[in-house]
Every structure is written in structure tokens, then in C-alpha cells.
Design a protein around this ligand. Sequence first.
Ligand code: NAP
Length: 253
Amino acid sequence: MFTSIAGRSVVVTGGTRGIGKGIAAVFAGAGARVLVTGRDEGAARTAADEVGATGYVAADVSRKADCEKVAAAAAERLGGLDVLCANAGVFPSARLGDLAEDDIDRVLGVNLKGTILTVQACLPLLRASGHGRVILTSSITGPVTGYPGWTHYGASKAGQLGFMRTAAIELARDGITVNAVLPGNIMTEGLAGLGDDYVNGMTAAIPMRRLGTVEEIGHTVLFLATDEAGYITGQTIVVDGGQTLPESPEAVS
Ligand code: NAP
């Protein structure tokens, strides 16, 4: 039995659709007060309504001023911050030979720099909480696997883990834990945008023969936010239906 997180204050970046919206729905369903963020204000408002969040903020995680705006909104609307879910991310595909400098800047800017700026802006509130939790949405791609077209993305997701390990040490004495969830292939709006061939190919490579759901990621994040997970820091949990296990295609045939 886990201690209830009802009443805890939670921010989910990129909470307007996909995995972030799933995380927000799980926390709101558990009685937490949730603020969702994304760049599109209309989508943020709609998502907040749909998941029963306390509020929303339009903000771009790659901009320091926007991250500070999110922290200020958490202070004002939630009265503080106990759990930060740094989830916002983008995954445009381009082979290394075609990768434009702008693509590299955008992916690293949102996924890696955005993670650092978000955590940094929320630090005073997380310290004040006394039991702050930071949960990053990383990926199997980069930390565990590779996939053609995602050199920049894989670097950004592996980079999040490098950030996590040192942040976990720096913040341990403040009672703040910093962990990461590594999703495999989760059915989201963003992933659907990669096309049927991608989705079908991935489904065939997953021992459970299905993509994951956003709620399955949300529940993993929820566990890392509990009091009972308070001694876990600087760690990763892979949630991939066994996708990273097979040694060869025959193993899943
Ligand atoms: P998604 O459906 O495309 O949703 C992405 C969310 O992030 C949206 O709310 C989007 O809202 C927001 N966002 C994008 N750029 C942003 C920015 N610069 N500032 C603030 N918010 C921003 O993507 P998803 O599939 O749910 O992926 C979410 C996270 O999970 C990402 O970090 C991704 O790398 C990771 N992940 C996903 C999978 C998967 O299978 N789906 C697997 C492994 C890891 P706006 O566009 O309105 O800003």
C-alpha cells in the first residue's frame, strides 16, 4: 500500500497530449493538483479540462523565461511544487548525412536544454517541498538502443541521463530525488505521426506485441513520485513491453 499523493502539487511539461497528458491524468486521478504545460495555449486549456488538472500554462521549455513562468505559476496556482515531470520532447527524424544544424539545435534545445532549464527554474519550489521529486521522460532510444534517423534525438535522451545522475547527487541533501522513465514505443499523437509502417514494424519487434499506453508510463512516474520511492534516486526504469530484450528477430518471431 502506497501513501496517497492526493493534494501534492505536480507540474507536467508537454502535458497537453501523448505521454504527458497520460501522466497528468494519472496524477489528477490520484487526487494530485496538476499544472500542464505546452506551447499551444488552446491545447493546454483543453487538456487541463479533460484530465481534471488544476490549470495550464503556455510555455516553451527551451526558453529560460518560459520555464520561470511555469515555476511562478506553480507557486501561485498550486502553492508550491512537490513533483516535476520533465516530459516535453520532440522527435523529428533525419539521417546523419542530412541532419541540418537547426534540427540538432531544436532537438537538443527542447529535449536536453529544456530538461535542465525546467529543473533549474523549479528548484527553489522543490527544495521548499522537503520531498521534491523530479521524473524525466527519457527513452530507450539513446540510453539503450539506436534507431536510424535519431542520432540527435538519441543523444538528447542519453544526455538527460547524464544530467540526471549529477543532479541526483547535488540535490540529494535537499531530499529531492531525480529519476527517469525510459519508454519504449508508446501510442501517442506524436508517435502516430511517424506512420503505419513505423508502428507496425515496432509492434512486430515487441514481445508483448503491442505498443504501450500513456497510462502505463503515468503509473510508473506516479510510483517514482511516492513517499515509498524516496530512497530511489539517479535511476532509470525501462517501460517497453520487453522490446529491448530480444537478441535477434528470431526471438520475437
Ligand atoms: P507528443 O505526442 O508529440 O507530445 C509532446 C508534448 O510535448 C506536447 O504536449 C507538446 O505540446 C509538448 N512540447 C513539444 N515541444 C515543446 C516545447 N518546446 N516546450 C514545451 N512543450 C513542448 O509526444 P510523446 O510521444 O507524448 O512524447 C513525450 C515524451 O516522451 C518526449 O520527451 C519523448 O521523447 C518521450 N518518448 C516518447 C515515446 C513514444 O513512444 N511516444 C518513446 C520514448 C520517449 P506543444 O506542441 O503544444 O508544445
